[in-house]
Design a protein around this ligand. Structure first.
Ligand code: H79
Length: 448
């Protein structure tokens, strides 16, 4: 029987431990939400898909065992020698485009590692190139103020321990060992953070196959957050993603920090953070003469995304010699030039209150609403639904006299066609309150 004094001491001690553990956990949560908020403010990032497969010009991951026989695919790294790779050049391309973060494939479904991992031999150190791509890129990012992040595939159709194999996870390997593969994943992701961190995002993918479970997802999520509490992790760390729409309805089950629509713009959502990933051409990895999006498509995609309160992770696939294709560099530069002039409403804003649609998109910050008008009615007007707050001023950043009439039911905006911007006309409204407090509303399509 403990004495009442020692009993009291142990109760107090236990209470302390419980309280401390609780606080530590709460701290981690706030580190996460603060990091997510900061990442959301960046709004625009560069995705990079690269590896020995660029030598073939076929898709990364999926072409193994399809367009390229497995035996040939797995030997490509022995010829991978991108001597024109210049990390600073890539980072400056991103920066000039107005991108604030960069996510590179540390490892895709094909298993090849862009850093000299001590847990496998299938890595860049064993190519003729030998240099550590993640090291050079993370250093260049740091130097130029771009946030460095990595994409890491959970499925690995090359690694003997991961149960499924090529093509596309349709085969089963003879001597697989998923628990051991899970340890490999933990080792490698820790290695990446230790060597090149702190990272902005750990961007998981390839979670949909059977061997991956919610339990594994929860475990690696908690494990990585312990190593770096302000790491942001996407929803593909867990199960339950709804196809290419990329949403996880069961977000309460610890399904990462944000949703990931792929090759499509996410729906307006201010509750759950999200990021559309999309390619500048058609393929993720480089393909010669791949069809490239027009400047207008690129910029309007960004504006529609930001207007829905999402981020855009825009992908380039560098060539096997290490350079990003010149026409892609130029396209990105055009985005940067446009953003420099008209991008006030992009960074550190929130989507809405006028939901994106045919008409265009809107964002807000403090007492400002930014309208990005892409299609006017044929009578030269834009009709928006009414808002409770009073509009105290209205101006355009692209020149010309804009006229605005506000009534209880609607807002009518007019601008001479000569002042209408081909990509998006930017109109800034000032309201007599916090623009973010305005209830988001749908906008009827313009009458053309
Ligand atoms: O890295 C890029 C692509 O290589 C990779 N994701 C982006 C970011 C990718 N891997 N596979 N896919 C894209 C397409 C896979 C589609 C499907 Fe499915 C997998 C269809 C069915 C299983 C995704 C998951 C859609 C539904 C479940």
């Amino acid at each position: 029987m403990p004495t009442s004094k020692s009993y009291l001491i142990s109760v107090v001690l236990i209470a302390y431990i419980v309280l401390f553990a609780g606080l530590a956990k709460a701290d981690d949560k706030s580190a996460t939400s603060e990091a997510v908020r900061k990442w959301q403010e960046m709004r625009f990032g560069m995705f990079i898909h690269w590896g020995p497969v660029s030598l073939k010009g076929t898709e990364i991951g999926w072409s193994r065992g399809k367009e390229v026989p497995i035996e040939e695919y797995d030997q490509l790294y022995k010829q991978f020698n991108p001597t024109k790779f210049d990390a600073e050049e890539w980072v400056l391309v991103a920066k000039d485009a107005g991108m604030k973060y960069l996510v590179i494939t540390s490892k895709h479904h094909d298993g090849f590692c862009l850093w000299p991992s001590k847990y496998t031999d299938y890595h860049i150190g064993n190519t003729p190139f030998k240099r550590d791509v993640l090291k050079e890129l993370s250093a260049a990012c740091k130097k130029h103020g771009v946030q460095f992040c990595t994409y890491h595939s959970i499925c690995d159709w090359h690694h003997p321990d991961y149960p499924m194999g090529s093509p596309g996870g349709s085969t089963e390997k003879p001597n697989h060992n998923m628990p051991r593969y899970f340890q490999y994943l933990k080792n490698q992701t820790k290695e990446i953070i230790d060597n090149y961190g702190p990272l902005g995002i750990m961007w998981f993918d390839g979670e949909w196959e059977k061997p991956w479970t919610r339990e594994y997802g929860n475990e690696i999520y908690d494990y990585l957050k312990k190593i770096q509490p302000d790491l942001v992790i996407n929803n593909r760390v867990s199960k339950g993603r709804h196809g290419m729409a990329g949403t996880t309805k069961e977000a309460n089950l610890n399904a990462g920090d944000y949703d990931t629509p792929e090759q499509q713009i996410g729906g307006f959502d201010r509750q759950r953070p999200w990021e559309t990933c999309m390619t500048i051409c058609r393929q993720w990895a480089w393909k010669p003469n791949d069809r490239m999006k027009s400047t207008k498509e690129c910029i309007q995609t960004l504006l529609h995304t930001v207007g829905g309160d999402g981020n855009l992770l825009f992908n380039v696939g560098p060539m096997p010699d290490g350079r990003i294709e010149l026409r892609q560099v130029e396209r990105l530069k055009e985005m940067g030039v446009w953003l420099n002039k008209y991008g006030d409403g992009v960074y550190a804003t929130r989507g809405g209150p006028f939901k994106p649609g045919k008409w265009g998109a809107s964002t807000c910050k403090d007492d400002k609403i930014y309208l990005y008008v892409m299609n006017w009615s044929s009578n030269g007007r834009l009709m928006l639904p009414g808002i409770v707050q009073k509009i105290t001023s209205c101006r355009t950043l692209s020149g010309g006299q804009v006229s605005m009439k506000q009534s209880k039911d609607n807002i009518e905006i007019q601008l001479p066609p000569t002042n209408q911007n081909e990509i998006a006309t930017v109109i800034e409204l000032t309201v007599d309150g916090k623009a973010f407090d305005i209830e988001p509303v749908e906008v009827a399509d313009p009458i053309i």
